[in-house]
Write a protein that binds this ligand. Sequence first.
Ligand SMILES: [Zn+2]
Ligand SMILES: [Zn+2]
Length: 339
Amino acid sequence: MIAGLKSMLSFEIGHNPKVVKRPERLRDFIPAPYKGVLIISADFELAWAWRYAKALGGRTEAAEAYARIARANVPEILRLCEAYHIPITWGTVGHLFLEQCQAGQAGLAHTEIDRLPYFENKYWRYAEGDWFGHDPCTSWRENDAWYAPDLVNQILASPVEHEIGCHTFSHIDCSDEHCPPAVIREELAACQKAADGFGIKLESFLFPGHTMGNFQAIKACGYTSVRVNYANEIGYPVRDEFGLWRLAATAEIIMNPKWPESYNLYRFRKIIKRTLRNQAVANLWFHPSLPSETVVPLFTTIFQYANRHRGQLWVTTMRDYVSWLNHRAPAQGVSKAVH
Ligand SMILES: [Zn+2]
Ligand SMILES: [Zn+2]
């Protein structure tokens, strides 16, 4: 109750998401004639995200239950995207591109990929067994919680120009503390190899579980941007020392049960309104496994509002926005965004 009221207050006074000061060269970030940019990104992961979740106690059935919800939601979300012409940047776990896979040496899956050493972070604990131990090593028809070429095809077949981005091959912790560069390089190589089958070049990267790091390795693998979650911001991208654009997350699309539905929906409209008022960039993100009964109210509200303001608001993908930035921004050096 108190926490709910505190975060309501923090939202009302503009602390969360934080509104970042406008840069001098605003038109380096917001193309004319727009007043703001809206990116919507999805952490598309099915069961992979939840394998080592401390909250689930490592139960495979619980991870697969999330996958079932996501599988039910994705077609509905795609339908709403179509109704309101809203593209999404789908940060996709690379294993989902596969139709099937087999166990290799000693019964282990994906032996071409080095494993993370055992670790524990805020959300996950990986302390025994093999990192790929949950992989069924069958096919999408037998275990569709772990493979999703059918859903990737649905996204590609949509008349809306969605982007397929990357969320690592097996939902690893990417932090420098837990992930040696060789592991992320092998994970990303496996992602691109699997995406090749769909004719996709992966360019935008979403960190799993807010575990940020290995920026240099990500850039070296050909990515142009990453979504970072240091703090929720309505702001501007920053080009880091490796030439990678870092786009701050603004808010998670989710119905907070502490608040009435109407207040939840009001917040998302208000975030877009503030983005336009401050002439800034917002990046709303979500887990496709969010509760199914909240999909229609949340996405209809956000998409309708964004669609209605389309003359002022550029609703785009990370790839298309960054492609514009790269043509627009000075060829060298770090951008002047204020952080
Ligand atoms: Zn596999
Ligand atoms: Zn994730």
